[in-house]
Design a protein around this ligand. Structure first.
Ligand code: ATP
Ligand code: MG
Length: 420
């Protein structure tokens, strides 16, 4: 993409009312637009990154047999009344609205109820399980606090997966497969090392649920971790009984701020019983389906990555989610010969399958470099009269600041081999 055609501008200052680092940097770099507190729009660069995160999650969900759907955001009260969750006392984040005829409807904050009811039409027998159904779908939540930028918003895309098993045994296998897939996702996103599968409060059907908490100063939660054992306990369950269960002493746990990037939960038969999702088992009896639900917040992950990897100059994207792999920065472009040469490099990079943003504007080098630093694209390739005459390129790695010189042939051949 040519930067001269990009409609977004970078800016020197973040809006005065923006308190979170992730939103400040993302707004300044032109990745997101703040519409109001807790509501952000994704602009071309931001959408590219968000979609890369979504793409990685999708690959891993498909890899464990997930089938993708999109359910409507509009919620029929009757299905929620059947589980007691339409009540504002029971759920304090509902956005509700009315049809023209005054009928009340909800805007979905999660999808257990409609998903369970829908599956009644598709799951009839134990032979129909296991099934994993997931979506990337917009949730609405009337969150009280919205101070963490894109990490907590009132409208956000959630990856929510629901599993349907014939019994608890079958469920446990799925639960473990999803947990493993989650670890692969966080590893691929470059936050695996700092992301802990924590013990969190469970429900009627399991003593614990699990959250995936990434250690970051911007986190709203506190987790108690034992690094050596890669063990972590959520604050709400860090008590004598749980520590005994996990064979860990209070003194061996370190309290750290963290952000919940995902969770996995055994629902059991709570929803299937309430909504009549029944199958016939091997003995011909009608039994409720044993369910699980599994969430991930792609935008919260994006915010966490900004918070963790940014430096004093701006954002630093891991390669897996950067909007482009290379930022080709052209200098001396007022000289027609240099411009022609730089345009050629741009075309050649694209022909070699390298995702590249080409700063083809007439601007001062200092300005271009500062903007490039702010945007956080992993590799900057500088082309100028000097590099043209020398027949080499200067490649700057954003994360480390390492500079190396490559010939044109080396550039296309070795680009993938440059360490981040
Ligand atoms: P929290 O405790 O942070 O409010 P939650 O327990 O309400 O999270 P879930 O309902 O399980 O979260 O949602 C699944 C995932 O969706 C979370 O793990 C998180 O990554 C993401 N998420 C939840 N709420 C928000 C929000 N307001 N904005 C952005 N992402 C969110
Ligand atoms: Mg919440």
């Amino acid at each position: 993409m040519r930067q001269s055609r990009l409609f977004t501008r970078t800016r020197h200052d973040a809006p005065a009312d923006e308190v979170s680092k992730n939103a400040q940097l993302l707004i300044r770099a032109g990745f997101v637009h703040k519409e109001m507190a807790g509501a952000y729009s994704f602009l071309p660069l931001g959408l590219k990154t968000l979609n890369k995160i979504i793409g990685i999650i999708r690959e891993e969900m498909d890899g464990i047999g997930g089938q993708e759907v999109t359910l409507t955001g509009l919620q029929d009260p009757s299905v929620w009344e059947a589980t007691g969750r339409f009540d504002d006392e029971a759920v304090d984040v509902w956005f509700k609205t009315k049809l023209k005829n005054d009928t009340e409807i909800g805007l979905g904050f999660t999808h257990e109820e409609p998903m369970t009811r829908m599956m009644r039409e598709h799951l009839l027998s134990h032979k129909d399980t296991p099934k994993l159904v997931y979506q990337f779908q917009t949730k609405f939540r009337n969150e009280t606090r919205a101070k963490s930028g894109i990490m907590r918003t009132r409208e956000f895309i959630m990856k929510d997966l629901y599993s349907f098993a014939k019994n608890e045994d079958e469920h446990q296998k799925i639960y473990q497969q999803v947990a493993d897939a989650y670890h692969r996702i966080f590893n691929r996103l470059g936050i695996g090392e700092d992301t802990y599968q924590t013990f969190a409060s469970g429900g009627v059907f399991s003593k614990y649920s699990h959250e995936f908490q990434t250690i970051t100063d911007a986190g709203e939660d506190v987790v108690y971790i034992n690094k050596a054992r890669k063990l972590a306990i959520n604050q709400e369950v860090n008590n004598d009984e749980v520590r005994a269960d996990l064979n860990v002493q209070e003194g061996d746990l370190e309290a750290l701020p963290a952000s919940e990037v995902g969770n996995i939960f055994t629902l059991g038969t709570r929803f299937s019983e309430a909504l009549g999702l029944m199958i016939t088992n091997e003995d011909g009896e009608k039994v409720p389906v044993f369910m699980g639900s599994y969430g991930i917040g792609p935008a919260r992950l994006m915010g966490v990555m900004v918070e963790k990897f940014a430096d004093s100059k701006g954002i630093v994207w891991p390669e897996a989610v950067a909007p482009f792999k290379a930022h080709l920065v052209g200098l001396n472009l007022e000289d027609a010969a240099v411009r022609e040469y730089a345009d050629g490099v741009y075309e050649a990079l694209k022909d070699n399958g390298i995702e590249v943003l080409y700063d083809d504007r007439d601007a001062r080098p200092g300005e271009k470099f500062a903007e490039s630093d702010l945007m956080g694209i992993p590799y900057r390739i500088i082309v100028s009269r000097k590099t043209m005459e020398a027949g080499v390129f200067e490649i700057v790695t954003r994360k480390t600041g390492d500079v190396r010189s490559l010939s044109e042939e080396e550039l296309y051949r070795d680009f993938d081999a440059i360490p981040e």
